[in-house]
Design a binder for this molecule. Structure first.
Ligand code: F3S
Length: 406
């Protein structure tokens, strides 16, 4: 991989051991992927924040980094932490967990990574433009900015996203290159999605089928909202490793079928009917009474909070069930001004920031069955709780009707 004189100096340790390590990680990834060189970025999203997912090794590593005098060179935001950074006691998060979580977030902040703690940084001021190269981790954010915004990022891990933020560069490879952004699999959507969870189930099914086969191109989706695409992308990134998808006539790089496949033939075709989508609902059945109904994977937008407020208005959350919504501080502030938060809270629900039902220690809090409208969350909840917690999916409307009385 070609390195400039300046980059070589960093690799030789002339700018300190942290930047040397960051450069070594980026150049190793670049060499393994035949990258020609590094290219500059202005934005990063750094995963590896929740104490539940990263534990003591990352806590100590980030604190070690923070003791040195280095700062990121890009706008950089933190992924969700394991708790609401202010209202963790209301969530029931244990003290020991909270102390360590706060140390992780503070250490990242010292490095210049903002403690926005959201997986939707693109709704909180960290949104790359169409065609812009970025260094994002967090699979759902990667899928959204690549596919819906048309920005360019690879699916980085937490440490390489942090390294990219510290160096201000990423290797030129993968989804940064035109030839890797064209379609690989043609997906004919042969049913009419009725709500956001149908889109999530569609994404989940397609991700499971496509796995690592490349870029799916959806044909037959009309009128999907940005929130629908957010849930679809998050689900296919979870069940497969889809970092980029296109929707014909909807997403910015899918103007026509010839162009989206770059003139080549799809590797194969998939047809998705209501039956395939139903198989996803069947994988996460709603058989038991839930103790938590959780919305906001990925973190809720203002529009979603508005919809939740409309659906829950005049209703009351049932005894024995909690109704929690997760979002980012910036979105919360806007939704609060419009009165949506107080409607949700007066119905007995709550809205928490900086965290979610997957990366918070819900099993330690005592939850055993969670219903959600997100296929990504339904997929991860049993895995992240070592099967102490079950999950089920249904649409937002059904979730709210189920956990409230009128
Ligand atoms: Fe975000 Fe947590 Fe879902 S990080 S995408 S809300 S699993």
């Amino acid at each position: 991989m070609f390195l400039s004189r300046e980059e070589e100096k960093i690799l030789d340790g002339e700018k300190g051991w942290i930047l040397e390590r960051a450069m070594r990680l980026l150049t190793t990834i670049g060499d393994l992927n035949n990258a020609e060189r590094l290219v500059p970025i202005k934005r990063s999203q750094v995963a590896g924040v929740s104490y539940k997912t990263v534990g003591d090794p990352t806590l100590h590593l980030v604190e070690e980094f923070a003791r040195e005098n280095v700062r990121v060179r890009t706008k950089a935001t933190q992924n969700p932490a394991g708790m609401d950074l202010k209202r963790w006691r209301e969530m029931g998060v244990p003290d020991g967990f909270a102390k360590k979580q706060l140390r992780i977030c503070r250490a990242y902040e010292k490095l210049g990574v903002e403690a926005v703690c959201t997986c939707t940084p693109y709704l909180s001021g960290n949104r790359p433009k169409f065609g812009e190269t970025a260094g994002f981790s967090e699979s759902s954010a990667v899928a959204f900015v690549n596919s819906v915004v048309g920005a360019r990022t690879n699916r980085h891990g937490g440490l390489d996203a942090l390294s990219a933020a510290l160096i201000g560069k990423v290797p030129l490879m993968g989804y940064l290159l035109n030839e890797n952004r064209t379609g690989d699999v043609y997906v004919k959507v042969c049913f009419k999605p009725m709500n956001e969870t149908d889109y999530a189930a569609l994404g989940y099914y397609v991700g499971r089928e496509v796995k690592t086969d490349g870029v799916p191109v959806y044909d037959g989706i009309k009128n999907a909202s940005l929130d629908d695409l957010k849930l679809l992308g998050a689900a296919s990134a979870a069940s497969g490793s889809v970092a980029l998808f296109h929707v014909l006539d909807l997403t910015p790089e899918a103007k026509n079928i010839r162009g989206v496949f770059g003139g080549k033939k799809p590797k194969y075709k998939l047809e998705v009917t209501r039956e395939e989508v139903q198989s996803v609902y069947d994988e996460f059945p709603m058989r038991e009474k839930p103790d938590l109904v959780a919305i906001g994977c990925p973190h809720s937008s203002v529009q979603e909070l508005k919809k939740i407020a409309e659906l829950i208005s005049g209703r009351r959350v049932k005894r024995g069930i909690r109704f929690w919504v997760f979002t980012s501080p910036k979105v919360f502030e806007e939704a609060d001004k419009s009165g949506y938060i107080s409607v949700i809270r007066s119905a007995g629900g709550d809205v928490f920031l900086n965290t979610c039902m997957v990366v918070a220690p819900i099993e330690e809090i005592g939850f055993r069955c969670v219903y959600t409208n997100s296929a990504k969350a339904a997929f991860y909840i049993p895995r992240m709780t070592k099967n102490k917690c079950k999950s089920g999916i249904a649409s937002l409307r059904t979730c709210i009707e189920l956990c409230t009385t009128s």
